[in-house]
Design a protein around this ligand. Sequence first.
Ligand code: HEC
Ligand code: HEC
Length: 324
Amino acid sequence: MQRLIPGLAMTMALAGPAVADPLRDMALGLFGPLPDAVTEVEGVPVTPALVDLGRVLFFDPRLSAQGQLSCAGCHDLASGGDDGRVVMVGQDGTEGLRNTSTVLNAVLNDVHFWDGREADRALQAGGPVRAGLALLDAPEPMLARLQAVPGYGDLFLAAFPGEPITADSLALALEAFAATLLTPAPFDAWLKGDDSALSAEAKAGVQLFNDRGCSLCHYGPMLGGADYYPLGLVELPGIDIKAADESAAGEGVDEFVFRTAPLRNVALTAPYFHSGKVADLAGAVDVMAAGQLGSPLAPEETAQIVAFLDSLTGSLEITPPVLP
Ligand code: HEC
Ligand code: HEC
């Protein structure tokens, strides 16, 4: 289940080639920049027509049973791609159990949900877009409502020539739109050679992130999102960090397994962790240093890592579409 890469961080730090910037070489090896584009989802090319349809669907509250909530209602693209809440709130006003993940760059995650227990992973097989659709309404009434909107006929026809409107085509269009939500950041500019894109403090943070072992779990262009690990590897988190469905005691480490959170735009996606119970980024970094690595950071070290994480904040221009 866990895929640790022991020694990799060390080897790369020690044996980096003797070129101008060993820190950048190390970071290129461990993380790498975001791709310029994602051109395929589920083996289907991401066409402009598919993206146009997906964009409209993403913002359309008519997908929801009560006509009030859209994907964008929980995934606000203008502020980090999440909802800023501790846990999700459904259309009937009831709270969910998990913090809302950002959709920004999420296409690049290998795994998509917080919970990593076997039973949870079986439930997640349909993927996050279908799970999001299920939060809005059942497929039949949703499709019936959309088919009754005249403008959708043309949008579906352009995206899926000659095919009927199905729940699968809906999901595919949304996935194609989500694949366009890439947010290149100062960190990418630095990886590509722009020395001035990162402050000295942020560069020290990159070094520390590697030296302290954060990159054992947070690696790849998403700095996470690749696998599941026990939370509290060294020290189980206190009840103050657990979610409402988790008890104070009783769970073994194996039961408390979560996805390594991807860290792109993490400065915008407070509050933190699956429970949403840690309000600020420095606090989340300190929880990780103590609980995952057993080596608390000095305040200036925390600040350096936070400066590095700030450099993962990217930009994206999305104009909300006119709904048909
Ligand atoms: C009521 C709030 C809500 C709505 C509506 C919603 N989502 Fe989500 N979304 C969440 C939550 C909460 C998670 C994290 C779930 C988990 O991991 O348990 C999530 C996760 C995701 C992810 C996974 C990101 C990752 O980290 O890999 C994607 C993609 C996503 N949603 C897309 C969508 C789309 C597309 C829609 C519309 C069809 C949608 N969501 C509607 C709350 C919502
Ligand atoms: C053993 C693997 C592991 C190591 C080492 C590790 N993390 Fe994490 N990290 C995780 C997991 C798993 C989560 C998600 C935990 C949860 O939400 O319950 C996470 C979550 C986070 C979050 C919260 C992100 C969010 O969106 O909620 C931040 C910030 C973070 N890690 C930073 C760090 C830093 C900085 C270090 C080094 C000091 C580090 N991590 C070391 C596995 C690890």
